[in-house]
Design a protein around this ligand. Structure first.
Ligand SMILES: Cc1cc2nc3c(=O)[nH]c(=O)nc-3n(C[C@H](O)[C@H](O)[C@H](O)COP(=O)(O)OP(=O)(O)OC[C@H]3O[C@@H](n4cnc5c(N)ncnc54)[C@H](O)[C@@H]3O)c2cc1C
Length: 599
């Protein structure tokens, strides 16, 4: 079957992204395993724990941070003044937050990603502006230097970034390069003497742009010896001649304390020593850095959701209507219980995902995408429910909920919009089994290729179709859930195979099918993290005796998640997609453009 141009383009993009990131054989990660019907338990079970020494470091850092934030952080003032005061930034630098995962030799704290997530959860619980500022400086800003900088670059740039004396920003987005990150138009032309590159173009929506002294800027460069260009990352400083800050603080709906800027580079000469990572591999730098950013994003959302839960409980236990406190009404209970269950899952998923980085899994891009989509959507639900429980009082300026609601909305858009990531999860995940099927099809069409590869691929698909994987839990009370989860992994693999056989290449365009597959995958991952955490907590409590009520939220999460997985898989074959797409095409005036699949 001939592929449409868009399909070819999409396949090229996914392949390009993966090839850019990882070369050579890799260990099978958790998410890719799921799509192959393989439950790679080792990545999630037993639940990752910090060593005693690491925990002690985190506890010390949190004590210091909490004391500082209690005394100096005023989220309402930050929102009102649309600025994070300099003394807050300096204080964050003093307590180590701005260089936390950098090695001690350059002035960092040498924290692992799991440790750092605990710290960012605390900031996210208090103020989203400060969390996004920190994330832009550390998790995407200096992370690029930490991962891709040469020894000289690190020595030159890192020390001042550790304590906030200098700040960092990460500039990818442009007018034509938003979700389509590969479409960067900013040009970097080699100078005639070969000593530098001349950068021209405009960036917008860049956090910290007007307060940063170092910006990682993505620009398009010609590739020597080849008739094509590619994106390269450059370290740019605002004192370079031709750097023009057009709008230092674009006025905005939420996270108002952050300085989101728009700037233009007019013939800015950047020395070639400022290239970060290999020439032409800027997309690799960007995607890797965003992977890290998405784990801390998960931590910040978890913190914010915990705040919503706390505010909802406080109000439900104090506000009386109909002579009862609100917490006595089942429809209020429903919201609070859901929030508690989601918070448990968000925290577990953040820790497991961060541990993948710490344990050296090479490819965790599906897991970080799942974490980003999952935690941002669950936080939005929590904010909405908390707002509703507070009723009219949430609507007035003396309540923090207006700010929290405005602040939370960016999460589903920034660092990869949730729609793009949902599609990405399904497509990258399906690539594994898809390649195995392709091997089989190609050999059927052209037996002269030889049977051995197709035979191997066929055996793998067949064994995944007949074998229910094992989900190892230690506590007997979780064994039934573990076997239900295993069965759902098997059903998921069957559904993925069926979608690939039924739709073949056009599935690359069928986002409604992709969404259900991605939802099922995300819930399988979330439930695995919840069971893993629950299992480890039961084991720890077992030594001291425990009360079943300790884990009602985990129990609720697993039950609801199983329901969502079954629903997503059922809807793959029983849906209104055709009517939905026809309606959209009719009102958009794009009749016939969509794949009308399903019922
Ligand atoms: C406050 C703020 C801070 C930011 N900070 C930074 C920063 O520090 N550095 C940086 O480089 N960028 C930053 N950004 C940019 C951010 O990453 C982009 O806004 C984001 O990638 C989306 O791009 P876009 O806004 O151009 O939306 P578009 O790409 O125009 O997309 C709009 C919407 O269309 C839908 N959509 C798009 N493509 C698809 C698709 N393939 N399938 C289905 N639906 C789709 C999605 O719903 C999406 O939300 C920031 C943005 C904001 C608002």
């Amino acid at each position: 079957m001939a592929l449409s141009e868009t399909e070819i383009q999409r396949q090229k993009e996914i392949q390009q992204a993966e090839e850019l990131l990882f070369s050579g054989r890799q260990e099978l990660g958790f998410a890719k395993g799921l799509f192959l019907g393989d439950f790679v338990a080792d990545w999630a079970m037993p639940y990752p724990r910090l060593s005693d020494a690491q925990q002690a470091d985190v506890d010390r850092a949190l004590t210091e941070l909490r004391q500082f934030l209690d005394e100096h952080l005023d989220p309402e003032a930050i929102d009102r003044e649309a600025d994070i005061p300099r003394h807050v930034i300096d204080g964050l630098g003093r307590v180590g937050v701005l260089g936390m995962t950098a090695p001690k030799e350059v002035g960092g704290r040498g924290f692992s990603q799991m440790q750092y997530c605990k710290v960012l959860e605390e900031i996210g619980a208090r103020d989203a502006s400060t969390a996004v500022f920190t994330n832009a400086h550390h998790s995407i800003g200096i992370r690029a230097l930490l991962l891709f900088g040469t020894k000289d670059q690190k020595e030159q740039w890192l020390p001042k970034l550790m304590n906030g004396e200098q700040l960092a920003a990460f500039a990818l987005t442009e007018r034509e390069a938003g979700s389509d990150a590969a479409n960067v138009q900013m040009k970097a032309t080699p100078s005639e003497d070969g000593s530098s590159f001349i950068l021209n173009g405009e960036k917008r929506y860049i956090t910290n742009a007007s307060i940063a002294q170092v910006l990682t800027v993505m620009a398009r460069t010609p590739i020597p010896g080849k008739d094509k260009d590619a994106i390269t990352a450059f370290l740019v400083t605002p004192d370079m001649e031709g750097f023009e800050m057009i709008e230092p603080r674009m006025p905005k709906l939420g996270i108002r304390g952050t300085a989101t800027g728009r700037f233009r580079l007019n013939n800015v000469r950047v020395p070639k020593e400022n290239i970060l990572g290999p020439l032409g591999k800027g997309l690799r730098v960007a995607l890797t850095v965003l992977d890290f950013g998405r784990t801390t994003f998960g931590a910040c959302c978890t913190g914010a959701a915990k705040t919503c839960l706390r505010l909802a409980i406080e109000h439900a236990n104090s506000r009386k209507q109909f002579k009862k406190t609100l917490g006595n009404f089942d429809l209020v209970k429903k919201k609070i219980a859901r929030m508690a269950a989601d918070v448990y899952a968000m925290e577990a998923m953040t820790q497991v995902t961060a541990s993948l980085i710490d344990r050296g899994l090479e490819d965790y891009m599906i897991e970080t995408a799942m974490l980003k989509v999952f935690t941002t959507e669950r936080l939005w639900d929590a904010v909405n429910d908390c707002f509703q429980i507070h009723g009219g009082s949430a609507y007035f300026d003396d309540s923090p909920l207006g700010r929290i609601l405005r602040d939370a909305r960016i999460n589903q858009i920034g660092e990869g919009s949730n729609e793009v990531l949902t599609s990405f999860i399904a497509l990258v995940g399906m690539r594994g089994p898809g390649m195995e099927f392709k091997e089989i099809y190609d050999t059927m069409l052209k037996p002269s290729r030889g049977l051995s590869k197709a035979w191997g691929a066929g055996l793998k698909r067949l064994s995944a179709a007949v074998k229910v994987p094992e989900v190892p839990v230690r506590n007997d009370e979780l064994k039934s859930y573990a076997s239900q989860l295993a069965r759902l992994v098997w059903r998921f693999n069957f559904a993925v195979d069926k979608a690939l056989i039924l739709y073949r290449e056009p599935v690359m365009e069928m986002q409604l099918i992709q969404e259900r597959i991605a939802i099922a995958a995300m819930e399988l991952f979330a439930t695995t993290c919840v069971l893993s955490r629950w299992d480890s907590e039961l084991t720890a409590l077992g030594r001291n005796g425990h009360d079943a009520s300790d884990h009602v939220a985990a129990d609720l999460y697993v039950r609801r998640s199983f329901r969502k997985i079954r629903e997503a898989l059922r809807d793959l074959g029983d849906n209104d997609d055709r009517a939905l797409l026809q309606t959209a095409d009719a009102v958009l005036g794009t009749s016939g453009a969509s794949q009308h699949n399903g019922a």
